[in-house]
Ligand binder design. Structure first.
Ligand code: ZN
Length: 384
């Protein structure tokens, strides 16, 4: 009873994907996904270690004691489905329509997890004596705060001197067709949380007040107009966006005493967060203004240089699609930001991302089956 009643294909990856979708693992809940995966992986001879931190479930599974370590990584948590009535079908009941399987997490990223596990089953059946080690790193804290997930597992591994050489993340990297895009890095993400203090007053007596909107407006203009960089071979130009500005007490003849704002930089490897902060701080300091600026770093940019892993992933994709993928650094942050700093090469290859985080999230079933073959090919190219 693992596939939907109307499932035409008894494919093992589709069947496992259905089991995972049925677990309502809204972040940071794992809702039983990792137990399903751990049972499968234990049967394959992987040592499965549960590494919970706070209310987050993490799973580290490894087969082999020697290097190099090829790790497949991903997350079991999903974003909330929103209003379930907006869905054509229950978001936590896998449902097939046409050639697609619908359900929250079907694309982001339970299909990646199902494909990894079945690829590993196929790989080990054919090559039980592979070289190196193969591992899986799975968390339930990617969509939420991302503090007790991959970051903490990487710290725990580092503390006992355990290393990952190559990592394939199953995040939905593809845009139009499976394998058209493989991510080889990500931009950094740095947020500024600003408070500007002024003096509240009567709108008719500005000389008795100090309007923080007026103070901040020219700086905001500068932040928008500066060309932070032109990007480079692998990264688009650094972008500045304002997320939120609020001030005012909601009354027509009162000017505000305080302004708060939040902004974000998505930045290329032309910057690191310290230099970017310093550049913004000096811009603020050039103006007379009573302000407080706090920073939140989500992740430094990272880039995986061309090498054995990028070649293997490109070859595995090209064998199935007839075309090598575009190697890109676009998109949002991912847990790759926690794995790469430990010295691992990290790439992301997963299904089409057009429906992720939306209502009626879905994945083409044929893509899940092909992705499984691609992952298996990567294992062969890296460990044989
Ligand atoms: Zn994801």
């Amino acid at each position: 009873m693992t596939t939907p009643d109307n499932c035409p294909a008894a494919d093992p990856a589709i069947s496992l994907l259905c089991d995972l979708i049925r677990c309502p693992s809204v972040t940071p809940e794992d809702a039983g996904c990792q137990q399903i995966l751990a049972e499968r992986l234990s049967r394959l001879g992987l040592r499965c270690e549960s590494m919970p931190f706070g209310d987050v479930s993490n799973l580290w599974a490894r087969r082999g004691d020697n290097g190099p370590v090829l790790c497949f990584a991903g997350h079991t948590d999903v974003v909330p489905p929103g209003n379930a009535e907006d869905w054509h079908s229950d978001p936590f009941e896998p449902t097939i329509r046409g050639d697609a399987l619908y359900g929250r997490g079907s694309a982001d990223m339970k299909s990646g997890l199902a494909a990894m596990v079945v690829a590993l089953e196929n790989f080990l059946a054919a090559h039980p004596d592979h070289g190196g080690s193969i591992a899986l790193l799975i968390t339930s804290d990617e969509e939420g705060r991302a503090r007790d997930g991959t970051l903490k597992v990487m710290q725990a591994l580092a503390a006992r001197d355990e290393h990952i050489d190559w990592c394939v993340l199953g995040e939905p990297s593809s845009e139009r067709v499976l394998g058209d895009i493989v991510r080889i890095g990500r931009r950094g993400s740095l947020s500024g949380i600003l408070t500007v203090r002024g003096v509240q007053g009567h709108v008719a007596y500005p000389q008795l007040a100090d309007n923080p909107i007026r103070r901040f407006a020219p700086i905001l203009n500068q932040l928008h107009e500066i060309e932070w960089d032109q990007g480079n071979e692998f990264f688009p130009p650094t972008s500045f966006q304002v997320v939120d500005i609020r001030a005012g007490i909601g009354f027509p003849n009162v000017t505000p005493g305080e302004l708060s704002a939040r902004f974000n930089f998505r930045y290329s490897t032309e910057w690191d967060h310290e230099r970017l902060k310093a550049a913004v701080d000096s811009l603020f300091d050039a103006h007379e203004m009573d302000y407080e600026l706090n920073w939140h770093l989500s992740g430094e940019p990272f880039l995986t240089a061309a090498g054995k892993l990028t070649e293997a992933v490109s070859a595995a994709v090209a064998e199935h699609t007839g075309k090598p993928p575009e190697l890109s650094t676009g998109g949002g942050t991912s847990d790759g930001r926690f794995i790469s700093p430990a010295g691992a090469d990290v790439v992301e290859l997963g299904p089409v991302n057009a429906s992720i985080h939306k209502v009626n999230e879905h994945v083409r079933m044929g893509d899940v089956i092909t992705l499984t073959s691609m992952y298996q090919r990567i294992m062969e190219l890296m460990l044989l």
